[in-house]
Write a new protein. Structure first.
Length: 241
């Protein structure tokens, strides 16, 4: 079995080069029979399953076409935590919890999948905000507002997030590896795959554990490819303008 892992695409428009590259990844996965795992922040903001924009409709359509051929698994990130059952029904994707244990006879060991933001525990302010945004009370309140109100809120939150991150030290916005190692022990896993930090790489942890970090789609696209027992982090050129 082969799998492809991506995260942090931050898609905003179905007419952008980034979106065209995303379509390429889905087509290649369909052709090659790869399971697809999207570990959060597929889109820059998801304002609800009732979004009627051309972008949302295109995304639903492209995911549905892919899920007719191969399984697609989607995890909530810190930008798209409002995916609901309607989104899953319309696209055919499987919404997976965070963290999620990946196990199978084709794997050398159990692998823990996560978006990654839950391990940024040094950023106390962000952790408080994450708790609020993941609460059912806050989400119900937001989804009860109009689409235009939600679009305005999304613009405001994006701007606040950019300003806040620009003011923080780099180590504050990264994961705390001790927290990851603790979760790997709890779930009896030997490796973790996560995104969120926009710092792609492969890190050796204690007792032979590994941490694979997916990159954000900015100057290039990133994916982690698993074929049999081998994992390979790949950076690829995206579609030109």
């Amino acid at each position: 079995m082969s799998r492809v892992f991506i995260s942090d695409l931050h898609l905003e428009s179905n007419l952008s080069p980034r979106y065209k590259s995303f379509q390429d990844v889905l087509r290649n996965a369909s052709d090659n029979g790869d399971d697809v795992f999207i570990l959060g922040d597929l889109v820059d903001v998801w304002i609800g399953d009732d979004d009627d924009s051309s972008f949302a409709n295109a995304l639903v359509s492209d995911l549905f076409a892919c899920t007719r051929q191969v399984p697609v698994h989607v995890m909530h990130g810190n930008r798209d935590f409002l995916y609901g059952e309607e989104f899953a029904d319309r696209t055919g994707v499987s919404l997976v919890r965070d963290p999620f244990v990946l196990d199978g006879n084709d794997l050398p060991h159990r692998v823990l999948l996560a978006h990654g933001d839950a391990y940024c525990t040094s950023d106390v302010g962000y952790m408080k905000m994450r708790e609020l945004f993941r609460s059912s009370e806050w989400q119900d309140q937001i989804l009860g507002s109009t689409l235009e109100e939600r679009r305005a809120l999304a613009r405001s939150l994006r701007e606040q997030s950019k300003i806040s991150n620009d003011l923080k030290a780099e180590n504050i916005t990264d994961v705390v590896e001790a927290e990851i190692e603790k979760d790997l022990d709890v779930h009896d896993c030997k490796a973790m795959i996560h995104g969120h930090t926009h710092r792609p790489g492969i890190h050796q942890l204690h007792d032979g554990m590994k941490r694979f970090v997916l990159g954000d789609w900015d100057r290039c696209g990133w994916l982690l490819r698993q074929q049999e027992s081998a994992f390979r982090l790949e950076c690829f050129a995206m579609q030109p303008n």
